[in-house]
Design a protein around this ligand. Structure first.
Ligand SMILES: Cc1cc2nc3c(=O)[nH]c(=O)nc-3n(C[C@H](O)[C@H](O)[C@H](O)COP(=O)(O)O)c2cc1C
Length: 357
């Protein structure tokens, strides 16, 4: 029987324990959307995780949604990430890059003047987002991608996979949750197309499938993961039949043999995402949302999960693995500094046996 501290292989990713650091946007990238020195320190401090999944990172300028998120499409960004992966590897860790194309969940105020906001269809999300330039603003009205442009976006992911390889990552994770571009293609509320990429269930799956194939063609599928959160309405997402959509997606992906599926359960979704994943996916599973040490350990010991990911617990506990192993208490994090620039609330949380900074 395995527990959270046992090593595991997810495809070709080797994890020294099954405590995964979940992806978290922290909005600390520097000019040019380059990961900063602080990011090197932040990830190095958390390298005892079995695997780190980085913050959502845009594969292209057009994929950026939020302020101060890093990219992986310029030489400077690749060099910045190289410093991060070197630091994590030197500490014995494993690190994959989360590729996040926000699609319509974006504001032009957060990106380069000539970058576009694109989506399967020109349907604006209800709601607002924060921008450094103009404060809270409505989401952009996205431009609907032509078929050639959809293929262009998939090419951007291919380039990003090559860049991730150059930057020294062990693999990549496609962000297919939270209402961003892949989920916009999957869902009936945001995909009104009537071509190869929409109009039928099979067509709605095509973007995610082709993107995963593209990433796999660069890295090998055994270094590619997918993150999903079936039925989550976050970011104004709506789908007529999430159980049907995700069952079909996972069945279609079986032949790819991905390194892992990372499943988030949503309390507001009217389905059991973990049960659906177990039923329809035959590869390794990382489970997420709301686990503590005990419940995460049960998930692994019972064979429900190959690994469990923790997000919020890692914010103020860089040494989370050691704290779990020793039963030490967890420190609370400060909400006010989740997305603010600078070290405060980012690299200022000490390990349990370290003096406060
Ligand atoms: C500050 C913050 C930023 C996040 N950014 C991302 C992100 O970039 N990509 C992603 O897939 N999920 C993101 N999430 C969601 C987390 O990965 C995770 O699914 C969620 O926090 C639930 O896990 P937990 O209960 O262990 O915190 C973020 C969560 C937080 C708290």
């Amino acid at each position: 029987m395995s527990d959270l501290f046992e090593s595991v292989e997810l495809g070709r990713l080797r994890l020294r324990n099954r405590i995964v650091m979940a992806p978290m946007t922290r909005s600390r990238a520097g000019p040019g959307d380059v990961p900063s020195d602080l990011a090197v320190e932040y990830y190095r401090e958390r390298a005892t995780a079995g695997m780190i999944i980085t913050e959502g990172t845009q594969p292209s300028r057009h994929g950026k949604g939020y302020c101060r998120t890093p990219g992986v499409h310029s030489a400077e960004q690749i060099a910045g990430w190289r410093r991060v992966t070197d630091a994590v590897h030197a500490a014995g860790g494993c690190i994959v890059l989360q590729l996040m194309h926000c699609g319509r969940i974006a504001s032009r105020h957060n990106k380069d003047a000539d970058a576009r906001t694109v989506a399967p269809s020109a349907v604006r999300a209800r709601g607002q987002m924060f921008t450094d330039a103009a404060g809270l603003v409505d989401f952009d009205v996205p431009e609907a991608l032509s078929i050639a442009e959809v293929r262009g976006v998939i090419d951007e992911y291919t380039h990003a996979a090559r860049a991730a390889q150059l930057a020294g990552f062990d693999g990549v994770e496609l962000h297919g949750a939270s209402g961003y571009l892949p989920m916009q293609f999957l869902s009936t509320g945001t995909n009104h197309r009537t071509d190869a990429y929409g109009g039928s269930l099979v067509a709605r799956l095509r973007f995610a499938h082709e993107t995963l194939e593209a990433l796999s063609s660069v890295l090998g599928a055994d270094r590619v993961g997918l993150r999903i959160c079936p039925g989550n309405p976050f970011n104004d997402l709506e789908d007529a039949n999430p159980p049907e959509t995700y069952a079909a997606l996972l069945q279609a992906l079986k032949s790819l043999r991905l390194a892992y599926l990372h499943v988030i359960r949503s309390p507001v979704a009217a389905l059991d995402a973990f049960a659906l994943a177990r039923e329809c996916f035959d590869g390794p599973l990382i489970l997420n949302d709301g686990f503590d040490f005990a419940s995460g350990n049960v998930a692994v010991c019972s064979g429900q999960a190959d690994a469990v990911s923790y997000a919020r617990a890692f914010i103020a506990n860089p040494d989370l693995v050691e704290r779990f192993a020793n039963g030490w208490p967890l420190a609370p994090f400060d909400r006010k500094t989740l997305y603010t620039p600078g070290a405060q609330g980012y690299t200022t949380y000490p390990a349990y046996h370290q003096p406060a900074r």
